[in-house]
Design a protein around this ligand. Structure first.
Ligand code: NAD
Ligand code: HP7
Length: 318
């Protein structure tokens, strides 16, 4: 049984981490959140020590390290806002623990360089949650694509269309998630999953164009080794297709490969536990795995949008 500490335990995603820690038969020993709405702890780990001040949390974790080997922290799970991840990862490594950090691991590629050095110095590991890489339909797609590529290595690039609309109300834009410096914008906060997935499926980035970007939606084209991808991401309800709105849905997720729909809308809920299992087996997604999508998301954030054309995703052309 491994001992965990969790940072950001009062937020939206923390329950999936609490569930994953419990379902992998480990225990939460300490938790931190600057906000004290954390009654959820009783449902998972009623005896956990909870802190609202980092300094007291740090003191407690250090005390366990020096005086209580049985409860020394092995893993720190990080569910804090994106811009705090690297600081919280450094805390984990400093107290002799491994880090399991939410996506995006960091906002800028150079933050990874510093973490790589610290990982080597500490002998501990930094892993992230990229749960789409363990989604059964997407794993099956990867296998199919790999087999097709092996059979015909010189085939034409795949034509891929990614459309991902997940509506968020006004709160999103007034929270840290709507703040470019803290979340990285829609392409980073939401898009990182898909950029990672696309690179994982179709190979390294060769070229990237951004056609449109505002606080609610963004889209462009990315050229990968084995695919040309038109992509569109939005957190605005008004971008949902009529068919989704008619069904009362608030999300629309679609990936087509050469005109064929990849069905992946179901099966999202337990993926954190699967990522934890892999991580605990020493097979997690590390700094090197995370880097290509972080580089692309950063490039997209910095790019000047070129404007919409007939080459753009059709949702941008409407
Ligand atoms: P959230 O705002 O709901 O929760 C963040 C929590 O961190 C809040 O409870 C907040 O009080 C706390 N916090 C803020 N500053 C802190 C600090 N300095 N020290 C300790 N706690 C602090 O956000 P969320 O949706 O839970 O997102 C958290 C992380 O999880 C983000 O990195 C986000 O990108 C990621 N996330 C991933 C997925 C996924 O599908 N893998 C889904 C949602 C969120
Ligand atoms: N929801 C909330 O009530 N609060 C939130 O903070 C977020 C959602 P989905 P996930 O918005 O920051 C995705 O779209 O898949 C509500 C991203 N993950 O299924 O869990 C929401 O209004 C994640 O990286 O959300 O998370 C819905 O009613 C990103 O950080 C419901 O929860 C996160 O949005 C479910 O919403 C975000 C993926 O896209 C895989």
């Amino acid at each position: 049984m491994k001992n965990f500490a969790l940072i950001g335990v009062g937020g939206y995603i923390a329950p999936r981490h609490l569930k994953a820690i419990k379902e992998t038969n480990n225990r939460l020993v300490a938790a931190l959140d600057v906000n004290d709405s954390v009654g959820i702890l009783d449902r998972f780990f009623p005896d956990v020590s909870f802190f609202t001040e980092f300094e007291r949390f740090d003191r407690y974790v250090e005390k366990l390290r020096r005086q209580d080997p049985a409860r020394r922290i092995d893993y720190v799970s990080i569910c804090s806002p994106n811009y705090l991840h690297d600081a919280h990862i450094r805390f984990a490594l400093r107290v002799g623990a491994n880090a399991i950090c939410e996506k995006p691991l960091v906002l800028s590629p150079w933050n990874l360089d510093a973490l790589e050095e610290m990982e080597a110095e500490s002998g501990k590991k930094v892993c992230t949650i990229l749960q789409l890489r363990v989604h059964p339909s997407l794993v099956a797609l990867k296998d199919t694509l790999a087999a097709a590529h092996e059979a015909k290595p010189n085939q034409q690039k795949h034509d891929v269309i990614l459309t991902y609309i997940t509506s968020r109300g006004p709160w999103y834009h007034n929270s840290w998630k709507g703040n470019l410096d803290k979340a990285g914008g829609v392409a980073t906060n939401i898009g990182i999953h898909f950029f990672d997935l696309l690179i994982w499926l179709f190979g390294a980035v060769q070229n990237s164009e951004v056609h449109h970007a505002d606080g609610h939606r963004t889209g462009g084209v990315v050229e990968l080794e084995r695919a040309r991808v038109r992509w569109f991401l939005s957190v605005d309800r008004s971008d949902l297709p009529q068919a989704a709105t008619d069904q009362g849905l608030s999300t629309f997720r679609s990936i087509t490969v050469d005109g064929k729909e990849v069905e992946f809308s179901e099966g999202f809920t337990d993926l954190h536990t699967v990522v934890y299992q892999r991580t605990l087996e020493g097979n997690g997604f590390g700094l090197k795995d995370a880097r290509p999508a972080i580089v692309l998301a950063h490039e997209i954030r910095e790019a000047k949008p070129q404007g919409v054309s007939s080459a753009s995703h059709e949702f941008l052309q409407e």
